[in-house]
Write a protein that binds this ligand. Structure first.
Ligand code: LRH
Ligand code: MN
Ligand code: MN
Length: 386
């Protein structure tokens, strides 16, 4: 295989998982701007996700968030997905939208609240059994706002206990993906604030526990690609929640704020063998003011562009420059790849996959946006928390 053919083959194989909640209405704490045609049910979210997959060819799975996507029959929901060429992906737990969780969920000082939270996590594994999902994605809003509010160390013990119970419930082919976040909603001490804490818990739990890197969950200036390289080296990178940010957890389209950072991350993924392994490339975004389906199509394309550039890095030339201590030469090799216009290559990839080379244009011409605005009248639109 020529090098170009190998790059194209890798791009055809990469899959990006889209989040059900990105298809629903969202906003900031100031205002949610409802959009016309937005799904009212988990099934309609899947209908929209099917369009993203139809036009990109590389978005075959959809992550669910429980209880936002609660249905009576999860096996039937999985069939709804299959009928549209999709599969259900990670099941995201939600222990942050209940009054009982004011002081935390699995780290709460009251054992009864912890029990309720763990039961929810166990229910999420039941749902995975019904949907065939492989990954349980855990993010805890737990933390404290004031020094002394609770015992930081005891909260780690409670967290470990809860994670162990859920870990033991996992099937042989199921994983637990633990997501960290520096701050928000807790503003003094978050209980899983960073990759080190997540890694320490996952290491103790065992091989089925891995870390999720949400690209919006770090302090400004954090070298995320270093974290990615380290986790991959340790066999503990479970996946990404991709999005981009200018300030905090902005949840903007991945690659919009800093395409160079996304390239650097994807280079470490390629370098560490993460493209051919089990790393889940998930989006975790909200489209508050822009049209949702095209924004998700664009996001998938941004991941592909960063991946293509990462694959184009001349690793032999880079290695030689690094060994010779040629600082500028090594940097130039990386920058050459980043500066390459990979859009013609991706157009070729899409044509070879039998797709329209222009997914954004193809979606716009498809009439789907007009159809859903006309059809989805009445009922309540889905949104964060609905
Ligand atoms: C938390 C988070 C986590 C949630 C999602 C809705 O900020 O990134 O992944 O499940 O947002
Ligand atoms: Mn996330
Ligand atoms: Mn987030």
């Amino acid at each position: 295989m020529t090098e170009r053919a190998a790059v194209k083959a890798a791009l055809k194989k990469q899959a990006v998982e889209t989040p059900s909640w990105a298809y629903g209405n969202s906003g900031t704490r100031f205002k949610v701007f409802a959009q016309q045609g937005v799904p009212r049910t988990p099934q309609e979210k899947l209908d929209d996700a099917a369009k993203v997959h139809e036009f990109t060819g590389v978005a075959p799975t959809v992550a669910l968030h429980i209880p936002w996507d609660r249905v009576d029959d999860y096996a039937a929901l999985a069939r709804h997905a299959e009928d549209r060429g999709l599969r259900l992906g990670a099941i995201n737990s939600n222990t942050f939208q209940d009054d009982d969780y004011r002081l935390g969920s699995v780290c709460h000082p009251d054992a009864a609240v912890r029990r309720k939270a763990v039961d929810h996590l166990l229910e999420c594994v039941d749902i995975m059994d019904a949907t065939g999902s492989k990954d349980l994605k855990l993010w805890f809003a737990d933390g404290t706002n004031y020094p002394g509010q609770d015992d930081i160390r005891a909260r780690q013990d409670r967290l470990a206990e809860a994670l162990t119970e859920v870990y033991e419930r996992l099937g042989d082919d199921q994983r637990m993906l633990l997501e960290y976040k520096l701050f928000e909603p807790a503003f003094y001490a978050t209980d899983v604030p960073d990759w080190g804490t997540a890694y320490a818990h996952c290491l103790k739990l065992g091989p089925k526990a891995q870390v999720v890197v949400d690209t919006g969950h770090h302090a400004p200036g954090t070298n995320i690609e270093f974290i990615v390289a380290t986790l991959l080296r340790e066999g503990k990178l479970g996946g990404f929640d991709f999005n981009s940010r200018f300030y905090a957890d902005d949840d903007l389209m991945v690659g919009a704020a800093d395409p160079f950072q996304l390239f650097r991350i994807m280079y470490e993924v390629v370098r560490g063998g993460g493209l051919s392994g089990d790393v889940a490339f998930m989006l975790d975004q909200c489209h508050n003011v822009e049209s949702k389906i095209p924004a998700i199509v664009r996001s998938v394309m941004n991941v592909q562009e960063a991946t293509a550039k990462a694959l184009l890095v001349d690793r032999d030339a880079l290695g030689a420059a690094q060994r010779e201590g040629d600082v500028l030469g090594a940097n130039a090799v990386l920058m050459d790849a980043f500066s390459t216009d990979v859009r013609p290559l991706l157009r070729e990839v899409r044509e070879e996959m039998g797709l329209d080379p222009d997914p954004m244009g193809a979606y716009a011409r498809s009439g789907w946006a007009e159809k859903i605005v006309g059809e989805r009248v009445g009922g309540e639109q889905a949104g964060w928390g609905a």
